[in-house]
Design a protein around this ligand. Structure first.
Ligand SMILES: NC(=O)C1=CN([C@@H]2O[C@H](COP(=O)(O)OP(=O)(O)OC[C@H]3O[C@@H](n4cnc5c(N)ncnc54)[C@H](OP(=O)(O)O)[C@@H]3O)[C@@H](O)[C@H]2O)C=CC1
Ligand SMILES: CCCCCC(=O)O
Length: 457
């Protein structure tokens, strides 16, 4: 049976098994992509490439409901959230269509050596290895900047979202991109390693687990290829004593439950100032427990399933282990019996550094809650993590919030908002959350040859 299967996690029904691609197919895809890189498409005028992105954005807008429905059926995201993901994909495509030419303008450097400037050139074929949790957004974050720059991309998507992978490839072709600009490959991890080793591949972008990131980055490093990694996160949601409690509760519950908690930048560790902890917990608990499980395609559903049986089994074991090591379940803590991969909204307290779960990301509707006495303790707890992706701080005193944001060791911090993403904002982390930045002017330069040219004075 193929590794690539569309299975609806709301009812565990097999929708379709997709044929895997063999080595010959992957090699042909690489040959086509490399030939495209050496053509006028990649090295010539940027405008034809930007026109494709404009048309892609329009196509996505026109087919938004079809695309959203495919994603919700294949990985369980609530239909409204799938619509939101599709919308940001067209935003990203349009953003690079409108701004890439400016980002890639030669940048002058003042120098006594002579008249100096930096040029931005594509480097070649890029491999993209992407996860299921945002089945279109993760692909668009790589496609848009690299298509604008001129790097062809070979994409290996997660094996549980093949329909999303297939329809994305078809959309890019329908938007007018030549064959080789974006190729979806239903291949194995070994075949990914073979591609990374090939001299025609110049870089690899991965979003996913530390395990996958470590394996892919090792292969990239071994073959001296540039890589970017966007891995897990264990983001804090710090609520200080002067916070807007009701808004913090609304966004904290939304953040923990969105996409059934399967978001790398979701609020996961709730750090509450002791003066407001009881008030926040009462409202937060009510908000989490009010979530109603159901069919992700039903607008009334507020709690979808986890993405797969494996994802739920992992979460069940992870919470059970946390309890074995001393964590307290304030409520939830169990799989929801019945059809589908559902899990109860859960709050864990009493986690100490001696409990392995203290350092773990819960990729599901499971919140860790901590109470602290002051800002210093909040920062110390926030930074006691192997991850460094995002985080949010809630306070009416913006100076206080900015100070804390600067002290939290992550790649992104939001003040008075849950973590978010938008095409114009750099996205990425530090520590075991990976390296590199996607989106914004930074994302288009990660796989660019930033070439210095100097005319001697
Ligand atoms: N940062 C983020 O946005 C995300 C983070 N995660 C993290 O990953 C954890 C597990 O999720 P999971 O779905 O297993 O994510 P994985 O990391 O296993 O999958 C992400 C992608 O990497 C691929 N992959 C996995 N191992 C290798 C390898 N050795 N070489 C090449 N490609 C590889 C997967 O392919 P295949 O599907 O075929 O295995 C998939 O395309 C989550 O609990 C969460 O912590 C998960 C999703 C998104
Ligand atoms: C809306 C936030 C997107 C986060 C993408 C991720 O989980 O990697």
């Amino acid at each position: 049976m193929s590794a690539y299967q569309s299975i609806n996690p709301a009812n565990n029904q097999l929708l379709k098994a997709w044929n895997e691609h063999d080595d010959a197919y992957a090699q042909q895809a690489l040959k086509t992509a490399d030939e495209l890189f050496h053509s006028a498409w990649s090295k010539g005028d940027i405008q034809p490439r930007l026109q494709v992105l404009h048309r892609l954005a329009d196509l996505i807008d026109q087919r938004a409901e079809e695309l959203a429905t495919i994603a919700s059926k294949e990985m369980g995201k609530l239909i409204g959230q799938s619509r939101g993901e599709v919308k940001i994909c067209s935003q990203i495509a349009r953003y690079y269509a409108e701004h890439a030419a400016t980002f890639l303008q030669p940048q002058p450097y003042q120098s006594d050596v002579g008249d100096a400037w930096l040029e931005y050139h594509p480097i070649g074929v890029i491999v993209a290895v992407e996860p299921w949790n945002f089945p279109y957004y993760q692909l668009m974050r790589v496609l848009a900047p690299n298509l604008a720059l001129g790097n062809p991309v070979l994409a290996k998507h997660a094996n549980i979202v093949p329909h999303c992978a297939d329809v994305f490839e078809k959309l890019v072709a329908e938007a007018g991109a030549p064959q080789g600009a974006w190729t979806n490959l239903f291949i194995s991890t070994d075949q990914v390693a073979d591609l990374i080793a090939d001299h025609r591949v110049q870089g690899v972008a991965l979003t996913g687990s530390e395990r996958a990131g470590s394996a892919v980055a090792e292969q990239a490093g071994k073959h001296l290829k540039k890589s970017t990694l966007e891995l897990g996160g264990n983001d804090v949601f710090v609520v200080l004593d002067d916070a807007d409690i009701d808004e913090a509760v609304r966004q904290g519950a939304q953040g923990r439950l969105s996409n059934c908690g399967q978001v790398c930048t979701a609020a996961k560790r709730f750090i509450l100032h002791e003066k407001i902890a009881d008030t926040f917990m009462a409202k937060f608990s009510a908000a989490l427990q009010s979530a109603t499980p159901g069919d992700p395609l039903d607008e009334k559903t507020t709690l979808g399933p986890l993405s797969s049986k494996d994802a739920r089994e992992r979460l069940v074991k992870q919470v059970d282990d946390a309890v074995k090591h001393g964590a307290r379940v304030e409520f939830g803590g169990r799989a929801i019996e019945g059809v589908g991969c559902y899990y109860q909204p859960t709050v864990l307290t009493g986690l100490t550094p001696e409990n392995p779960a203290y350092y773990q990301e819960f990729f599901g509707p499971v919140a860790q809650v901590y109470v602290v006495a002051d800002d210093r303790a909040a920062v110390a707890l926030a930074n006691d993590s192997n991850y460094g992706l995002g985080g949010s701080v809630w306070t009416k005193d913006i100076t206080r919030g900015r100070k804390m944001a600067s002290q939290i060791e992550t790649g992104m911090v939001f003040i008075n908002s849950q973590s978010d993403t938008s095409a114009e904002l750099p996205f990425g982390g530090v520590k075991r959350s990976g390296y590199g930045r996607e989106l914004s002017d930074l994302g288009i330069k990660e796989f660019a040859n930033q070439k210095l040219v100097v005319v001697a004075g």
